[in-house]
Design a protein around this ligand. Structure first.
Ligand SMILES: NC(=O)c1ccc[n+]([C@@H]2O[C@H](COP(=O)([O-])OP(=O)(O)OC[C@H]3O[C@@H](n4cnc5c(N)ncnc54)[C@H](OP(=O)(O)O)[C@@H]3O)[C@@H](O)[C@H]2O)c1
Length: 315
């Protein structure tokens, strides 16, 4: 019906500017709607987690570990996952979570990039606890490779960061449907902002965002999905461990004190608070939302900034 309109160069451009103008005209109403939604969310009751069952992947350190402690303080049962490594702290995390108030913690060593292992830990969780209320897809790695790097190093980033969350979700969905549960996906602001140096990491997180934004339509209203698009959070991911062994996204040393990083505990508390209120998208530190808007409305400025300033160093 509109083919002729869009085939013509002039009318095609004209339609674009008219729709942009209309959007600007109604933007005060859209803004008011957003504000109303924010206020409504703030007033919403928080979910009582006592006696609920939470499965967290990548819980041996960082945000996964801290989320386990937050859920434990709320009295939730926990199933926590990480890969089997001699130095893995998973058992210690389980013990501390019990001390903090979790009635029972099941810890399992598994690699989320392996389908059968995801099947195994979801099944074991159900066999042990009989139900599943929250699934936290958090496990992730973040090496930053240039396109000239050894090709065999590329696949694990997508296998763990993207497929690991998709496989786990696939096996968990029937159980989450029964409890009207929640899925929390730890993507990254990098999946929206494309900072230079991390093409594959950004792609894995961008794919996660797109997949789970689409999955919402399939599982709503039975399952609520919360997508986390975090900026720089003070975990080993950006600080000590990876910066020392050269595996993760190095933050440039000279910028470490000026970059807007957020404490991991404050971030985790904000995440769990939001999740319990049924928020569907969480960005921390919040200021990163503005950067996303800059990219959307002023792509040239966004390009200029990252082209002259890269906070990350490639492996
Ligand atoms: N920190 C940040 O600034 C930031 C920003 C945006 C997004 N994120 C995302 O937040 C998530 C957690 O990162 P973090 O900062 O907490 O870093 P972290 O401390 O390195 O946590 C990563 C977790 O994932 C686990 N893991 C890695 N590969 C796995 C695999 N194949 N199977 C199962 N578990 C695996 C790790 O445990 P093992 O090594 O013991 O298996 C570890 O528990 C990641 O997805 C990351 O992309 C972090």
């Amino acid at each position: 019906m509109y083919e002729a309109l869009f085939n013509n160069r002039f009318t095609n451009t004209f339609v674009f500017y008219i729709s942009l103008l209309l959007l600007l005209l109604i933007s005060p109403f859209l803004f008011a709607w957003e504000l109303f939604d924010i206020v409504r969310t703030c007033l919403r009751c928080k979910e009582n987690m006592s006696g609920k069952v939470v499965l967290i992947t990548g819980a041996s350190s960082g945000l996964g570990e801290l989320m386990a402690y937050e859920y434990a303080k709320l009295g939730a049962y926990l199933a926590i996952i990480a890969t089997r490594k001699p130095e893995s702290r998973l058992e210690q995390v389980a013990n501390k979570a019990r001390e903090l108030g979790s009635p029972d913690v099941l810890f399992m060593f598994a690699d989320v990039s392996k389908i059968e292992e995801c099947h195994m830990f979801v099944d074991n969780t159900i066999r042990h606890f009989g139900r599943l209320d929250h699934l936290v897809c958090n496990a992730g790695i973040g090496p930053l490779y240039s396109i000239n790097n050894d090709l065999t190093k590329f696949a694990p980033i997508i296998d763990i960061n993207f497929w690991g969350s998709v496989y786990t979700t696939h096996f968990a969905i029937p159980h989450l449907m029964k409890t009207k549960g929640k899925i929390i996906v730890n993507a990254s602001a990098a999946g929206l902002l494309n900072p230079p140096g991390g093409g594959l990491y950004n792609a894995s997180k961008g794919a996660l965002i797109n997949f789970f934004e689409t999955l919402r339509y399939e599982v709503s209203p039975m399952i609520t999905i919360t997508i986390l698009t975090l900026g720089f959070i003070e975990t080993d991911f950006i600080t000590v461990k990876y910066s020392n062994n050269g595996v993760g996204p190095h933050l440039r040393n000279d910028l470490r004190d000026v970059l807007p990083t957020m404490g991991a505990e404050a971030c985790t508390k904000a995440i769990i608070d939001g999740v319990r209120k049924g928020v569907t998208s969480i960005t921390e530190p919040r200021f990163f939302k503005t950067v996303v808007l800059v990219k959307l409305f002023f792509p040239q400025l966004h390009y200029l900034f990252f082209n002259s300033f890269s906070p990350l160093v490639q492996n």
